[in-house]
Write a protein that binds this ligand. Structure first.
Ligand code: SAM
Length: 398
């Protein structure tokens, strides 16, 4: 396949994905996120209703499936109305065995029914092949549920360390660990009970393995270890790597690997708190309030990408809307020092002239505005605020 780059296709997603140009992507997309029209509300700024919804969806899911790599993963946002169509279509194309699970994303409470008040949507997950799919996990320090408490402990310990030194910081850390474990009824943090010489919290991970006992003698790093009674040691290569990266520490002459608390990970759970209004606020932060009716929260898409793309990968969104997925990819690349690329597809659907988005587009000087214009406008605004060069190509598709 050609060198990876950020690409934006403007046109109907089925036509684009079926086209010869797109053959390059067959079997090579690592993650697909889509947020199709939900078929509920008629006209938003785009057309949300569709008589042949399931048929059209199924066709696109077949195309998407062929694009995913063997370890590829697909996420689909949807609500109650078409959940069954999404599940049955995906079971048909991916097979039941490749169902990866389903998130419930909590939404703001509103009085919207005389029966059950619906305060959630879904993100459905399917893997191309569960056998090859990545393990899903997220760094606790960026998991919205855990981040505030962990960040607070890190900064308190750093403060004590700077003021009173390492021993005092360790004492305060022990107290913080106790409070955290009691409050959250979770004991993972008890391992992170060390403070480094520069005031960072870490876990000293054991380096013995269930292998046969063996002696270690590595002259280049001056490491000699006697055999343990019943267990082996990690490989010489691993010891050298740890030494070279400053990750080897010793307690009572026994070696351990340093893992900082910022690196601690957790598996992910099925209920998420990414409210729709966060998506609106993301646009507001770019100075683009009202630009789009149903933008997804950037943090939701970042969470999904971070949970399963642990190496640089290619992300496809073929119902791109306002381009939230592009912003999510940029932010992860910046914050996590990654190098993911995106491919977006968005129809050049004319904006509903009665919508606030239409008004906004006219205000921004966009003539005869289309949804795809909003997407480009949002991406450009994000790049301009970040003082980044444009790094995508647009391909118009008829
Ligand atoms: C729910 S919105 C996506 C919102 C997006 N996730 C965001 O955060 O801005 C669905 C989008 O799909 C687009 N769309 C609908 N049918 C399409 C098609 N056949 N090909 C490409 N885009 C399409 C609509 O114009 C709309 O912008």
């Amino acid at each position: 396949m050609t060198a990876r780059q950020n690409l934006i296709y403007i046109g109907d997603n089925a036509k684009v994905m079926e086209s010869p140009e797109f053959k390059d992507y067959v079997n090579s997309v690592d993650l697909i996120y889509i947020d199709p029209p939900y078929n509920t509300k008629g006209k938003l700024c785009y057309d949300d209703k569709n008589k042949s919804w399931k048929e059209d969806f199924l066709k696109r899911i077949r195309l998407a499936h062929s694009l995913l790599s063997d370890s590829g993963v697909m996420f689909i946002s949807i609500d109650d109305k078409e959940l069954v169509s999404v599940l049955t279509s995906c079971y048909e194309v991916f097979g039941h065995k490749n169902f990866g699970g389903m998130f419930i994303t909590k939404q703001a409470i509103r009085s919207n029914s005389s029966q059950i008040n619906i305060i959630h949507e879904y993100v459905v997950c399917f893997c191309k092949n569960k056998k090859f799919a990545p393990k899903f996990y997220i760094k606790r320090i960026i998991n919205p549920d855990e981040a505030p408490a962990i960040k607070s402990i890190i900064s308190q310990i750093k403060r004590v360390f700077n003021k009173s030194g390492k021993e005092e910081a360790k004492k305060v850390l022990a107290q913080k660990i106790k409070e955290y474990s009691e409050k959250y009824n979770d004991s993972w943090i008890v391992n992170y009970n060390n403070v480094s010489d520069d005031g960072r919290i870490y876990f000293s991970k054991d380096l013995s393995t269930p292998a046969k006992p063996r002696e270690v003698n590595i002259k280049s790093i001056n490491l000699h270890l006697d055999p343990l009674k019943t267990r082996g040691w990690v490989s010489d290569k691993k010891f050298i790597e740890l030494y070279n990266s400053g990750r080897l520490c010793f307690k009572d002459k026994r070696p351990y690997e340093i893992e900082y608390i910022e690196e601690a990970t957790n598996n992910i759970t099925s209920i998420l708190d990414f409210y729709s209004r966060y998506g609106t606020n993301d646009l507001k932060r770019l100075g683009l309030y009202d630009l789009f009716d149903t933008p997804k929260p950037v943090e939701l898409i970042k969470f999904l990408i971070r949970a399963c793309l642990h190496q640089d990968g290619l992300v496809l969104d073929f119902y791109a809307g306002s381009g939230t997925t592009a912003q999510a990819v940029y932010e992860i690349n910046k914050d996590d020092n990654m190098n993911h690329n995106y491919v977006l597809i968005q129809l050049d659907e004319p904006l509903n002239i009665k919508s606030a988005a239409y008004k906004k587009a006219i205000e921004l000087g966009i003539k005869d505005p289309k949804v795809s214009d909003l997407m480009i406008c949002r991406i450009d605004r994000y790049l301009a605020l970040e003082k980044k060069e444009k790094d995508y190509n647009i391909i118009k598709f008829n």
